[in-house]
Design a protein around this ligand. Structure first.
Ligand code: ACO
Ligand SMILES: O=CC(=O)O
Ligand code: MG
Length: 540
């Protein structure tokens, strides 16, 4: 381990933080930061360079310099026993109650989310690690403020825990090394790995991760180097760590083989992260003119030609390489209070999971415990006695660069209603995020950082490209500002105007939404200025 520097932790008090923020664990994180922090910075610069090239010429293609990797006959390491059956995976934040509910849900895997579904308030970041520590050991329990008691039903049969650290772009402001914030991904990964790797191995499981928002195979190479170093440092056998990579950026879709190749000793699969994928398409082609403006957010389904091409290429690539293909999130959430909304959500999720199972995915995500049985049933019908569909090759699938970029073939209209929904969802989500909830049910849809990014970036794109709506109106800054005023007033009617007035975060949410949706310089991530706001509020 390299000599630990003056790693400073400076955040509000969090219950039991001393249990995870130990001297040894922080030294482990400091070592990761020292070794890999600068490479992360270079990779972020490479992202900016690639995006500048795209703004000059909006074309992407499979990389000529890695043609040999794509043509080569190689496979990733076989899945470990704990990850051979992933027919249903529940996702959710790592707060204590939801962690227990997820672990009792009957899913095969719990994606313990420190990312899209989590606001990185220090309490969530550190509290999440405390909860994961207890979850790994089967000791997690909780009593709600109403006195309801939560505990594991059967600690020996809980889903496999697969945390998702934050993406490479994020820093953890509360932890600094030599005065600079540490890379949040290294912090999230490092703490979890340090405390839990050996314990998980002793249980016949392992330190498994989902890796979000990568934009290139070089970013995967960095993760692979981090994994190898972390295993060596703690004396954990090489290849014990297993990662499932979200293919959720348009550039990564052109590098699926390469990403698996870089991680081949550590790879478990790829996941079709459809929401960030849409965001990435809008973001990268935001100034590329009408061919790249998508219709209303709700009109873009997985049946759109470019989405079908992306998800089928993912299955084909995975199975050729012996890796699991995991489906994405249908955003419809059930309601225990509204039978009609519940039925609608069940039907939509059924349709989505059926399409995925038929396409060859090995399993998929659900956002809510009530959806676990549906996903398990649908994949069960396809899988029969098998654990997965790894042996099913999709040699029939041929996907070209043009297929992945067929944005203009996406059916659907651009409507004033769509603009209104983007605005109202965006503001409500930012409010939830600032309040500490990274996932929220809004209009019976699951909203998280990825879906909110679509909303605000679509407003930016429509405005910047002067999209003419079905109503005949052109999207201008004035129109967006008018819609923001109207939707904000309407929110008062829904949420209660006294509630909105009493809570200053509503105004901050509106301002942040407007800033990120209409700013001339498009912020790369909505969550970056939102995090600045969280830090400001913390200091106030
Ligand atoms: C694009 C992507 O990255 S998708 C992946 C990231 N996003 C997510 O993980 C979102 C996951 N889902 C959620 O967070 C939640 O389902 C929400 C916020 C959308 C809705 O949650 P709620 O409003 O609490 O829903 P609801 O009231 O129906 O919940 C009923 C019960 O199920 C629990 N529950 C709901 N969703 C989950 C979940 N994903 N994991 C664990 N428990 C859950 C609730 O905690 C509640 O428990 P309780 O009865 O003990 O109080
Ligand atoms: O993380 C998943 C996504 O769809 O985004
Ligand atoms: Mg995502």
């Amino acid at each position: 381990m390299s000599a630990p520097g003056p790693l400073t932790v400076d955040g509000p008090a969090v219950d039991r933080s001393e249990q995870v923020l130990t001297q040894e664990a922080l030294e482990f994180v400091a070592d990761l930061q020292r070794r890999f922090g600068a490479r992360r910075d270079e990779l972020l610069q490479a992202r900016r360079t690639r995006r500048e090239a795209l703004s000059r010429e909006p074309v992407l293609d499979f990389l000529p310099e890695t043609a040999e990797v794509r043509a080569g006959d190689w496979t990733v390491a076989p899945p470990p026993p704990a990850l051979t059956d992933r027919r249903v995976e529940i996702t959710g934040p790592t707060d204590r109650k939801m962690a227990i509910n997820a672990l009792n849900s009957g899913a095969r895997v719990w994606l313990a989310d420190l990312e899209d579904a989590n606001t990185p308030h220090w309490a969530n970041v550190v509290g999440g690690q405390v909860n994961l520590y207890d979850a790994v050991r089967g000791t997690i329990a909780f009593t709600s403020s109403q006195g309801k008691k939560y505990a594991l039903r059967d600690a020996s049969a809980t889903p496999v825990i697969v945390p998702r650290p934050r993406g490479w772009h994020f820093d953890e402001a509360h932890v600094t090394l030599d005065g600079n914030p540490v890379v949040a991904a290294l912090f999230d990964f490092g703490l979890y790995f340090f405390h839990n790797a050996a314990e998980l191995v002793s249980q016949g499981r392992g330190p498994y991760f989902y890796l979000p928002k990568m934009e290139s195979h070089l970013e995967a190479r960095l993760w692979d180097d981090v994994f190898t170093h972390a295993e060596r440092t703690l004396g954990i056998e090489h290849g014990t760590i297993r990662a499932t990579v979200l293919i959720e950026t348009i550039t990564a879709a052109f590098e699926m083989d390469e990403i698996l190749y870089e991680l081949r000793d550590h790879a478990a699969g790829l996941n079709a992260g459809r929401w960030d994928y849409l965001f990435s398409i809008i973001k990268n082609f935001r100034d590329a003119g009408p061919d790249f403006t998508l219709p209303d957010r709700n009109a873009v389904t997985m049946a759109a030609p470019m989405m079908k091409a992306y998800s089928e290429l993912l299955v084909k690539t995975c199975h050729r390489r012996g890796a699991m293909a995991i489906g994405g999130m249908a955003a419809f959430i059930p309601s225990r209070r509204d039978a009609e909304a519940n039925e609608r959500a069940f039907a939509k999720v059924r349709e989505d999971k059926t399409r995925e199972a038929r396409a060859g995915f090995d399993g998929s995500w659900v956002a809510h415990p009530d959806l676990v049985p549906i996903c398990a049933e649908i994949f069960g019908e396809t899988l029969g006695d098998a654990d997965n569909q790894l042996s099913r090759q999709r040699d029939d699938v041929e996907v070209t660069a043009a297929d992945l970029l067929a944005v203009s073939q996406t059916p659907g209209a651009r409507t004033l209603e769509g603009l209104r929904e983007n605005v109202t969802i965006g503001i409500q989500y930012v409010h939830a995020w600032l309040s500490g909830n990274g996932a929220a049910g809004i209009n019976n849809l699951m909203e998280d950082a990825a879906t909110a990014e679509i909303s605000r970036s679509q407003v930016w794109q429509w405005m910047t490209n002067g999209v003419v709506l079905e109503s005949g109106e052109t999207v201008t800054r004035e129109l967006v500002e008018r819609v923001v005023e109207e939707q904000f007033a309407a929110l008062g009617a829904t949420v209660g105007s006294d509630v909105v007035e009493a809570d200053p975060l509503w105004d901050r949410a509106r301002e942040l939404f407007v800033t990120t949706a209409v700013a001339q310089d498009f912020p790369d991530f909505l969550t970056l200025p939102a995090y600045e706001e969280v830090l400001r509020l913390e200091r106030a």
